[in-house]
Design a protein around this ligand. Structure first.
Ligand code: GTR
Length: 325
C-alpha cells in the first residue's frame, strides 16, 4: 500500500530526476586541419554554439581540429559518406571532384578580397554551392583565405627565372599543379600536415600559402623567403554531409543555414585580425618578405585558363566573375 511517506519519497525522487530532453541529442563531428584558435576553427566553434541554441540543444558540434580526422582529401570522402558531418576545407582539394570550384582558385582572377566576397556571397556563389550537392555535400559558408604567395628555403623569388626548377609543394588539386608548373617550377602535391618536414628535409624547396598558414605551422622556420606573388585567393568552404543534412527537419535546416551565415561573418572578422598578427609574427620569426612584379607571373599563368576553363559553363562563370564590380 502506498503510504503518505512513500508518496512523499516518490514525489521527491521525481523532482530530483533530471528533466529528460524530449529528443535524443546528436553530436555532429566537424573536421579542420588547422590548429585550435585558427579563425576557421573558431568560426566553426561559434557555428556549434549557434546551432545548439537554435535547436534548443538537440544538436551539438564536436570539433576535431589539427587534422585529427586526417588530411583534407581523405576527410572529403568521409564527409560525402556521412562519417564526418561537417568539414571546413579549402576549395582547392575539391577542384577535381567539383570543377566549378576551380574557378575560385584561378590565378589572378579576383581583383581584391572584396571582389571575392561579392562573388561568393552573390548568385555565382549560390551556383557554385549548388554544384556540391550531387557530390553529397551542402555548403554552409565560404570563408576567407587571404592571398596565397610562394615561399621557399633558397632565395627570394623576384623574377620568373627564380622559379625555374624549384620544387614547390601544392595542394592536391590539378589546377594548383598546373599553376606552379606554368611558372617553370615543379609542383609536388603533398597533404598540408606533411609540408613542414618536406621543407625541412629538402623534399621540396618551397610551398605557397597565406600568412596565417605560413605562421601557424611555422613553415617560416624552414622556408624563410616569402615572395608576394598573391597568385590565388581560393576561399575556404564550410560544408555539411548531405546524409547528415537530410536528417534535419526543414526548420532545423533553416537554422543551420542561418548559423552558417553568422559563422561566416565572424570568420571574416577574425581573419582580418589574424592575417595582420601572422605577418608580424613571421617577420619576428625571421621571414624575409619581398614584393614581386606580378606582370610576368600573370602572363606565365595565363595558359592555365586554356587548360582548366574548357567548358562553356566554366568560361561563362569566369566571365561573369570578372564582370562583378
Ligand atoms: C590553407 C587552407 C587549408 C589548406 C592549406 C593547404 O590556406 O586554409 O584548408 O588548404 O592551405 O595548403 O593545404
Amino acid at each position: 500500500m502506498l503510504t503518505r511517506r512513500h508518496a512523499f519519497a516518490l514525489a521527491a525522487l521525481l523532482c530530483a530526476a533530471p528533466a529528460l530532453p524530449a529528443f535524443a541529442q546528436t553530436t555532429l563531428k566537424s573536421a579542420d586541419i588547422h590548429p585550435d584558435g585558427y579563425p576557421t576553427v573558431e568560426a566553426v566553434k561559434y557555428f556549434g554554439e549557434l546551432v545548439e541554441k537554435k535547436t534548443n540543444g538537440k544538436y551539438k558540434v564536436q570539433l576535431f581540429f589539427a587534422g585529427q580526422l586526417g588530411g583534407e582529401k581523405d576527410t572529403i570522402e568521409q564527409t560525402r559518406f556521412g562519417v564526418i558531418d561537417l568539414n571546413r576545407i579549402n576549395t582547392a582539394p575539391f577542384n577535381n571532384l567539383i570543377p566549378e570550384t576551380a574557378v575560385l582558385g584561378m590565378p589572378f582572377l579576383f581583383r581584391s578580397v572584396d571582389h571575392m566576397y561579392k562573388v561568393v556571397d552573390g548568385p555565382i556563389g549560390d551556383e557554385i554551392a549548388k554544384a556540391f550537392e550531387p557530390q553529397g555535400l551542402v555548403v554552409l559558408g565560404f570563408f576567407d583565405s587571404g592571398a596565397r604567395s610562394i615561399y621557399n628555403s633558397k632565395k627570394p623569388i623576384k623574377t620568373l627565372a627564380d622559379m625555374k626548377g624549384m620544387k614547390i609543394r601544392v595542394q592536391q588539386s590539378d589546377l594548383f599543379i598546373g599553376m606552379i608548373n606554368a611558372l617553370g617550377a615543379n609542383a609536388t602535391p603533398i597533404p598540408f600536415g606533411e609540408v613542414y618536414s618536406a621543407l625541412q628535409t629538402g623534399l621540396v624547396d618551397g610551398a605557397e600559402n597565406n600568412y596565417p598558414s605560413y605562421d601557424s605551422v611555422k613553415h617560416y622556420e624552414v622556408a624563410k623567403y616569402y615572395s608576394l606573388t598573391e597568385h590565388s585567393l581560393a576561399p575556404e568552404v564550410f560544408v555539411m554531409s548531405k546524409r547528415s543534412w537530410d536528417k534535419l527537419t526543414p526548420d532545423e535546416q533553416k537554422a543551420f543555414k542561418e548559423a552558417g551565415k553568422e559563422a561566416t561573418k565572424k570568420m571574416r572578422e577574425l581573419w582580418a585580425k589574424r592575417d595582420a598578427e601572422a605577418k608580424d609574427r613571421v617577420v619576428k620569426g625571421g621571414a624575409m618578405i619581398n614584393e614581386v612584379d606580378k606582370k610576368p607571373f600573370i602572363d606565365a599563368m595565363a595558359p592555365v585558363y586554356d587548360k582548366f576553363v574548357t567548358s562553356e559553363k566554366m568560361k561563362d562563370l569566369v566571365n561573369r566573375i570578372k564582370a562583378v564590380q
